[in-house]
Design a protein around this ligand. Structure first.
Ligand code: NAP
Ligand code: HSE
Length: 426
């Protein structure tokens, strides 16, 4: 292994505790013979066998007993160089590292294909949930055209806690205490962790490379104040949602805080759990839900990949790059969605008419509107019918300049596959 931390130690534990099951399934007994770490003296949650830990990568690379390697060290370098070197030398690799796969995927898959070995990465997306296997194997003959996902456990935990009245800072501290967050939680709360996972899911679903740089993302570190309460009033819940859409042969991948209809399957994904909805021609809709983080949970995906490699090595199965075509990006703002808008306005005659006028000039239609008193003025919550984001943004830019509007409007997508008509709002 490269790394023997939260996930690495759990992989060793699973291999030891389930050695008989794995041997029954594969005919092989898997043992961790070498693990690269920074500090062999550190205490571990599962004790490795004597002589396993090393600080020397060459000791892993050159050990003749090493048939497979699990990269569970994280970061881009030296992880990328080590994985490339191992693949080049004909050693199959399993990785849990989403940033590595999302940023350097093309190089890594090319190296694996050139050497005729497998690079597996189930654990890099949604911890224990076998979503990569579902997309690459179970749905190989299905044209998946949309993936919607809650793919970051930390932010989902924070948002669920905030729904219950906790402050953002307290909820984040608790997520860190529970070991859900990355070592530096910036990637979690900024949406970068979810963006890397959505890049990987989109790449596999559509067979066209999507890198982290292609994903437009926003996190939960700057949510409008009072959003959870406003959402509750509209029978919606706040979630950080990734969406990957294939529309007219073009791809759009984004991560945004969104308001999810409380009857939608993703609204039921609570706490540190993840949920992914796959939509395709033959399957209509499949939703997978489960733990998206945690040592043992993630280790279960790493071990499953190791076992699968043993079962398929030499067959050519999953050796190639998952990308087989190059699709264009959908222009920014072209993706249609229902949207929620929040405005702070003067409470006097004609204000609502001015707002409605600007929306209608851009072809944007109101589905639902509520107004509540707020200080000297009023707070307006609007749910719009589906419209391209650029049209809604153009209308909002004009609305923001109206003298009667005294705070920057906020805009969030609404996730409801039933549409606003079926919600009874039209
Ligand atoms: P971790 O607890 O910090 O463990 C990292 C391990 O890698 C440690 O053993 C560390 O050595 C070793 N390491 C790191 N940098 C090294 C370097 N430059 N040279 C040698 N050894 C190095 O991290 P983790 O939580 O197990 O996460 C590992 C990977 O799994 C990451 O890519 C993460 O994103 C991914 N992942 C984690 C979870 C989760 O819930 N934890 C879920 C899904 C995916 P020392 O022990 O000596 O410090
Ligand atoms: N920090 C990540 C999360 C861990 O909260 O989802 C799993 O990738």
């Amino acid at each position: 292994m490269l790394g023997y931390g939260t996930v690495g130690a759990a992989v060793d534990r699973l291999l030891v505790e389930n050695a008989d099951d794995i041997e029954r399934a594969t005919g092989h007994r898997l043992r961790v013979v070498r693990a690269l770490v920074r500090d062999p003296a550190r205490s571990r949650t599962f004790a490795p066998a004597d002589g396993v830990l090393t600080t020397d990568f060459a000791a892993v690379r050159d050990d003749p007993r090493v048939a497979l390697v699990a990269e569970v060290m994280g970061g881009i370098e030296p992880a990328a160089s080590h994985v490339l070197e191992l693949l080049g030398a004909g050693t199959p690799v399993v990785t849990a590292n989403k940033q590595l796969v999302a940023r350097r995927g093309s190089e890594l898959f090319a190296a694996a294909a050139a050497a005729g070995v497998q690079l597996r990465f189930e654990a890099s997306v949604c911890g224990a949930i076998p979503v990569i296997k579902a997309l690459r194997e179970s749905l190989v003959a299905t044209n998946v055209h949309r993936v919607l996902g809650i793919v970051n456990g930390t932010t989902n935990f924070i948002l669920t806690e905030m729904e219950g009245g906790a402050s953002y800072a307290d909820a984040l501290a608790e997520a860190q205490r529970l070991g859900l967050a990355e070592a530096d939680p910036t990637d979690d709360v900024s949406g970068a962790d979810a963006a890397a996972k959505m890049a990987i899911l989109a790449t596999i679903a559509f067979g066209s490379r999507v890198t982290l740089a292609d994903v437009d993302f926003e996190g939960i570190d700057d949510l409008p104040a009072g959003l959870p309460e406003a959402a509750r009033g509209l029978e919606l819940v706040v979630r950080l949602v990734g969406s990957a859409t294939l529309l007219d042969g073009r791809v759009d991948v984004r991560v945004r805080p969104a308001l999810v209809d409380r009857h939608h399957p993703l609204a039921a994904v609570e706490g540190a759990f993840n949920g992914v909805m796959l939509q395709g021609d033959a399957i209509r809709e499949i939703t997978l839900e489960g733990p998206g983080a945690g040592g043992m949970e993630t280790a279960s995906a790493v071990v499953a990949d190791l076992v699968s490699i043993i079962g398929t090595s030499g067959t050519g199965f999953l050796n190639g790059d998952p990308c087989w075509r190059e699709l264009e990006r959908l222009p920014p703002g072209a993706l249609p969605s229902p949207f929620y808008v929040h405005l702070e306005v003067d409470d006097r005659p004609g204000v609502l008419a001015e707002v409605a006028q600007r929306l209608s000039e851009h072809g944007v239609s109101v589905a639902r509107l509520t107004q509540v008193p707020a200080g000297e003025g009023a707070s307006i919550h609007v749910v719009l019918h589906e419209a391209p984001q650029r049209d809604v943004e153009a209308a909002l830019a004009e609305i923001a300049r109206l003298p009667s509007v005294y705070a920057e409007p906020s805009l969030l997508p609404v996730i409801s596959d039933r549409g606003v008509v079926e919600l009874g709002w039209a």
